[in-house]
Structure formats: structure tokens, C-alpha cells
Design a protein around this ligand. Structure first.
Ligand code: ADP
Length: 396
């Protein structure tokens, strides 16, 4: 059974076709600049040269049409006909309180997704465009929506409610939702396997550290707290996002003459590691500059490590203990120095890191010493595979 996974952004579209008997990737690709000049599709299949197709793609439907053509192309295609696609899994960003799990898409689900759009105005409309275009092109194929927020619907009230007037929750659904749920769920399952234990018996902390970064406390397989909030701006310092700040800074800046839109851009696009270092939002550049003695680059990294470490401390308190800590995503999977810096301050958890294991890359590995009281792991995330697994389970 082949499952096509689609992740639609406002002007981009990522896809993967997976053979779910082996969980092997048959083909994957990326379309960029949909609806703007210079549209381009890059399609890859293992063992074949990359194919780059530059031609105007005015809509997501046109882009998807070219993706389908690439998948069945006699030269670089991987299936003979579209009938070999048994189901489609769509990444959906915000499922609000409506969706606490993945769901088979029907008209009612589409309507609910439209209603959730207010909470994710940049993401949900793009996801919907992709879903609708796919339904037109593959009308008889079952489709499943997999939400970034769903895994966190198990958060208890004390973790998800903001201490604002209660009517704001009732009127506007203002609460913590959390994101990266598909990734936190995937790595927590993989961690239990790596530890040779049952997920239901474990207290885990998953650190998804990429350009966007969030932590998740997972107790007995369920998310009980996470660092992002109503939006993905909350929590840790990120590539360009500030994470948690004193909310009074916003009216302070508005009183200084900034518009609300300017403050929004400032917090989302000009802050974080970029804003503090003044160098880059890319952790590799900032680590490089810090190694060359740049003080602001070092400060940006110190803030990042400090926030990850103190949030780990908060989640140990939330779960009354921890058995395993997982590092994943771009920085979490690749930065030996960041992992060492974060874990260096976790001696009270009995953590000792094995430097040889910590220098490995690209595979699920335990990086703590054998006698470390808490197991520390690096686990490459695979959101597409998690989406495909959920899709297979629901569309069968
Ligand atoms: P996102 O999906 O949120 O865009 P990723 O998970 O792809 O982010 O992570 C991107 C981040 O990971 C970048 O800031 C990049 O610098 C960082 N990264 C990737 N490889 C390394 C590395 N070897 N050392 C340090 N940082 C790295």
C-alpha cells in the first residue's frame, strides 16, 4: 500500500510517496514559488538523478498535477499509474480543540478545518487549498488529516490554561495548543523502542530543536506539557522568534510608537538567535561566530541552552521525574556542542554523556553513559513517516 504525504504551505508544497509494507520512501520532492514567478519542482527518487522542472504553476492544483505527473513519468516516475496511490496523508497545522487525533477527511472535517483557520491564519488556509486540490485530482482516494496540535490535546487544564479572564477561553478559544506534535509523538515511540521499554511506563522529555523549537513532556505516552502556546511564538528562543517574554513589552513598544504589526514582525522574524547575535538565524553560522570569539553569538547560544535546560527542569517537576531525554530536528540531531552544553547543567538528574556516542550523527543513538541515571538519546525525527503511519491506520 503506497501512501502519499502532502505538506502544503502558502507558496510551497512538500511531498513523499511511501511504500507502507516496508516504510520505504519511493520518491519525494518540493515545489516552491507556487503562484509567483519562477515556480520550480524538484523531484527525487532513490538511485535516480534529481529532476528539476521550472515552469509556471499558478495554483496548488497545477503544482499537484505536476507532482502526480512526475510520480507516474515513464523515465523518472516510481509508480505506473495513480491507482497505485492508496491514500493521501495531509499535514494540517491547527486542529484546535476539535481534533485530538488524526481524522479521515470528509466535508464536515473540511468545514471544521475552516473554522480552525482563525487560530492559524498563515497555515490552515494553505493546508486546506492542498486538501481541496488533492480531492479534485484523486476523488476516490481516502485522505487523512494529521494535526501538529493533536498530540497535545491530552494536556491537563493547569498546563493549557493561561491565567487570563476565563471568558477569553470561552469566547476566542485562547489557550495553549502546542505544535510539533507529530514529531514529539514519533520520537517518543522510537525512544521507548531504543530503551527497550513500554512507552506507557516512561516519563520522557522530547526536545525538538530546529529553526522552530519546542519541548514536550510525555508521561505514559501522553503529552502533558509543551513549550509552544496559542501560536508557535511561545517558549524557547528560536532562529528568529523570541519565545517567552514579559507580555508587558508589547504595550511598552506600542507606546513608544511601534504598530502592533511591527511588534508582531519583530517578535516572529527579527528576534531569537538572529536578533541577539545580529549575525544569522542559522545555528551553524552562530556557532561558527561564537567559536571565533563573537560575544553576542555566544550570548544567543547561551540563552538558547539555558532555556532548553530550565524548561527540562520544569518538565521534570511536571512529571515528578524523567526516564529519558530526546534530542531531535536540525540542531538537536546535529549539534554535538549544543547537546553537551544543555546536558552539562543536568548533573542533578544523574546525567553523564558519552562523548564518543554524542559525536555520532544520523541514527537513533543513546548518547548518555551506561550508568547515567537518565537516558539521553538522539533520534532523527520523521514527521512524514508518522503522517503516513496514521494515514495507513485510518484509511485501511
Ligand atoms: P525547521 O524545520 O524548523 O526549519 P530544521 O529542523 O531543519 O528546522 O533545523 C534547522 C536548524 O538546524 C538550522 O538553524 C541549522 O543551522 C541547524 N543545524 C543543522 N545542522 C546543524 C549542525 N551540524 N550544527 C548546528 N546546527 C545545525
Amino acid at each position: 500500500m503506497n501512501v502519499l504525504v502532502i505538506n502544503c504551505g502558502s507558496s510551497s508544497l512538500k511531498y513523499q510517496l511511501l511504500d507502507m509494507t516496508t516504510e520505504e520512501v519511493l520518491a519525494k520532492g518540493l515545489v516552491e514559488r507556487i503562484g509567483i514567478e519562477g515556480s520550480v519542482l524538484v523531484h527525487e527518487a532513490p538511485g535516480q538523478d534529481k529532476v528539476k522542472l521550472e515552469q509556471p504553476m499558478k495554483t496548488h492544483k497545477e503544482a499537484l498535477n505536476l507532482v502526480m505527473t512526475a510520480l507516474v513519468d515513464p523515465a523518472h516516475g516510481v509508480v505506473k499509474s495513480l491507482e497505485e496511490i492508496s491514500a493521501v496523508g495531509h499535514r494540517a497545522v491547527h486542529g484546535a480543540e476539535t481534533f485530538s487525533d488524526s481524522v479521515v477527511i470528509d466535508d464536515a472535517v473540511i468545514k471544521s478545518l475552516e473554522e480552525c483557520s482563525e487560530l492559524a491564519p498563515l497555515h490552515n488556509p494553505a493546508n486546506l487549498i492542498g486538501i481541496n486540490a488533492c480531492r479534485e485530482l484523486l476523488p476516490n482516494v481516502p485522505m487523512v488529516a494529521v494535526f501538529d496540535t493533536a498530540f497535545h490535546q491530552t494536556l491537563p487544564g493547569e498546563a493549557f490554561m493561561y491565567p487570563l479572564p476565563y471568558e477569553l477561553y470561552e469566547k476566542f478559544k485562547i489557550r495553549k495548543y502546542g505544535f510539533h506534535g507529530t514529531s514529539h509523538k514519533f520520537v517518543s515511540q522510537a525512544a521507548a523502542e531504543l530503551m527497550g521499554k513500554k512507552l506507557e511506563d516512561l516519563k520522557l522529555i522530547s526536545c525538538h530543536l530546529g529553526n522552530g523549537a519546542s519541548l514536550c513532556a510525555i508521561k505514559n505516552g501522553k503529552s502533558v506539557d509543551t513549550s509552544m502556546g496559542l501560536t508557535p511564538l511561545a517558549g524557547l528562543e528560536m532562529g528568529t522568534r523570541c519565545g517567552d517574554i514579559d507580555p508587558a513589552i508589547i504595550p511598552f513598544l506600542v507606546n513608544k510608537g511601534y504598530t502592533v504589526e511591527e511588534v508582531d514582525v519583530l517578535m516572529n522574524k527579527k528576534s531569537g538567535v538572529l536578533g541577539v547575535s545580529g549575525i544569522s538565524s542559522d545555528f551553524r553560522d552562530v556557532e561558527g561566530a561564537a567559536n571565533n570569539g563573537d560575544k553576542r553569538a555566544q550570548l544567543a547560544l547561551d540563552i538558547f541552552h539555558y532555556r532548553v535546560r530550565t524548561t527540562i527542569g520544569a518538565y521534570v517537576a511536571a512529571m515528578d521525574g524523567v526516564d529519558g531525554i530526546i534530542f531531535t530536528a536540525g540542531l538537536g540531531e546535529n549539534s554535538t556542542t549544543s547537546r553537551a552544553a544543555i546536558c552539562g547543567g543536568l548533573k542533578y538528574l544523574g546525567i553523564t554523556i558519552d562523548p564518543v556516542a554524542n559525536s555520532k550523527r544520523g541514527e537513533a543513538t543513546i548518547i548518555s553513559d551506561k550508568d547515567s541515571k537518565t537516558t539521553v538519546m538522539v533520534i532523527p525525527t520523521n514527521e512524514e513517516l508518522m503522517i503516513a503511519r496514521d494515514t495507513l491506520a485510518l484509511a485501511k
